[in-house]
Design a binder for this molecule. Structure first.
Ligand code: AMP
Ligand code: MG
Length: 333
């Protein structure tokens, strides 16, 4: 077990000096957990293959699941990739910094371990002030997956990041809660018609409006291009059921037992008989911000089954439904 330094940073009033020790850890080949607008990341110097290898070890991440490289200014992109297609330039202009990851052809300067041997590389320029200051001060691009142990939900709070990474990372920056709460949209820009490999806060409609046609899920070759998609997704300890009904309150109450949990969307918590009711807020974006936190809290409680009311299948709701359907493993009532 490592000694893990805790570093406090206030995103809305950031004093860069406070995160200097974290930047020094990254620059010298260590691991640092940091907040981003999507979820907490576990970062290492992307140009140092030994440092990057430590990420896989700390998370227990399969060696063939590639990482996203984080930059803080657009110019850094040209060191990482061999070519920036015009459509990627348009998307970067509109959505960087922000929750959009783009896949490019990988430059030889990016160690193969970052991309798990693929000839492509995933790159994102975040909007979170703490993340961007850390990348800037460390002086290198930062490879970072979500800061959870493999198989657990992505951490969206300092509390949950620290639960998984204390003793494994050299430092954890406490920057409060992530703003979006689900992982970035991933889009493969290496073909003429780009493919959205993972839905996120930037929606297919947002993207189509700017660059026209995009494929969803699988490219025209039909093969899954994002290696992460083949792994079993996180599922909570208690079975999770998605309730696709006009009248979810009645259905859930009729099935409620002593230790039932509810992921409530659109109703009063007091409408439910269940013991543990988490309210996901009023919008799909609020749902995104709350969902992983709620799933982790259910795991830490004695909940025996969970019922979730899903958001509508549009906008950010598409990404939320993607995550909860995977967590439910197809159990719908
Ligand atoms: P995480 O950082 O935990 O959110 O995981 C990053 C996601 O991006 C995983 O689903 C990866 O499979 C995907 N990804 C990263 N790099 C690439 C790449 N070069 N090609 C395709 N997918 C990638
Ligand atoms: Mg992850």
């Amino acid at each position: 077990m490592k000694e893990t330094k805790i570093i406090k940073a206030e995103p809305s009033n950031l004093n860069e000096n406070e995160i200097m020790p974290a930047a020094e850890i990254i620059a010298s080949g260590g691991l640092c957990v940091f907040p981003t607008e999507t979820v907490y990341g576990l970062g290492a110097n992307a140009s140092d293959p030994l440092a990057v290898a430590k990420i896989f070890e700390a998370k227990g991440r399969p060696q063939d699941n590639p990482l996203i490289v984080h930059i803080w200014k657009y110019e850094q992109l040209f060191d990482l990739v061999t070519e920036v297609p015009e459509k990627a330039g348009v998307l970067a202009e509109h959505f960087w910094g922000g929750p959009l990851t783009m896949i490019f052809k990988r430059s030889e300067k990016v160690p193969a371990v970052v991309s798990a041997g693929l000839d492509t590389v995933a790159v994102r320029l975040p909007s979170h002030p703490v993340a961007n200051a850390l990348i800037k001060l460390s002086g290198v691009p930062i490879a970072a997956p979500s800061a959870n142990l493999s198989g657990k939900p992505s951490p969206t709070s300092f509390k949950h990041a620290a639960e998984d990474m204390t003793g494994r990372a050299d430092a954890i920056i406490d920057g409060g809660n992530s703003f979006f709460g689900i992982e970035s949209t991933v889009i493969d820009m290496t073909e003429d018609v780009p493919t959205i490999l993972r839905p996120g806060a930037i929606t297919p409609a947002d993207i189509k409006e700017l660059i026209g046609e995009v494929y969803l899920g699988k490219g025209n070759s039909g093969a899954p291009k994002s290696p992460g998609m083949k792994y079993k997704h996180y599922a909570p300890r208690a079975p999770l059921y998605i309730v696709e009904s006009e009248n979810p309150v009645e259905i859930i109450n009729s099935r409620t037992k002593e230790k039932t949990g509810v992921i409530n969307f659109g109703y009063d918590n007091s409408d439910f008989k269940a013991e543990y009711v988490f309210n996901m807020g009023k919008t799909a974006s609020e749902y995104a911000a709350n969902i992983f936190y709620a799933l982790r809290e259910f795991d830490d409680s004695d909940t025996e089954e969970i019922y979730a009311i899903p958001p509508k299948d549009d906008g950010v709701g598409i990404a939320v439904r993607n995550r909860i359907y995977k967590s439910a493993g197809g159990k719908v009532i």
